[in-house]
Design a protein around this ligand. Sequence first.
Ligand code: SF4
Length: 222
Amino acid sequence: MPVMSVRGCPYGCTFCSVHSVWERRITRRSIEGIMREVLSVKDQIREITFHDDTFVLNKQRVYAIIDAMKAEGIHLPWRCNGRVNTTDDEDLLKTMVDSGCRRMMIGLESGSDMVLQKIRKEFTAQQALEMLNHASKYFARLDLTFIWGYPFETMEDFYQTLEILGEAKRLPAEMYFHSHLLCAFPQTEMYREYKHLARFSRVFILPNELSCLPTGSPTFQN
Ligand code: SF4
């Protein structure tokens, strides 16, 4: 069952369309409202997916949602999106897993510090590895997204991404990698800066284990 607990994201990643639409405002639903929604279908569902762009924004709120699920007798597996710099707390990670969190998606985006800085992820490759190291002590599975095709990305940056994925693969958790060719979403900061390089693409068909780019999405030519 898909559930939204928060709309919007306060971060400013330059490729992301979320803050182009919602600016950097976030709107939180009440925890009681979320519980009412889940309880109304609790017996018909097998799992909850929190679809917030970043579910783990505020640790106290995550603890409060977990406590509320426990208090309401909601013992379902659930999954969510985290962020490197908000999910680096081992107590939080353990509490999430103990309460049924089975999968967490983390936007890694690149293994190159130069790229991470330019796209404003607000963490370094080393910090990402440390967070994954902590998370893999508790999670059996982690999903990592990364992007290629930044207009300023060199092959050296791309190899650094492959290296960090290789490092992550050596950790105990099962790692699922989701690869995305950068899409030039209009009104993103990156689009505004590099729109002279944007072009509409052909259909990209990638190998099975990699994500496909929707037909005709604009990409950057570098
Ligand atoms: S990529 Fe994720 S963390 Fe960055 S602005 Fe978008 S939703 Fe927020």
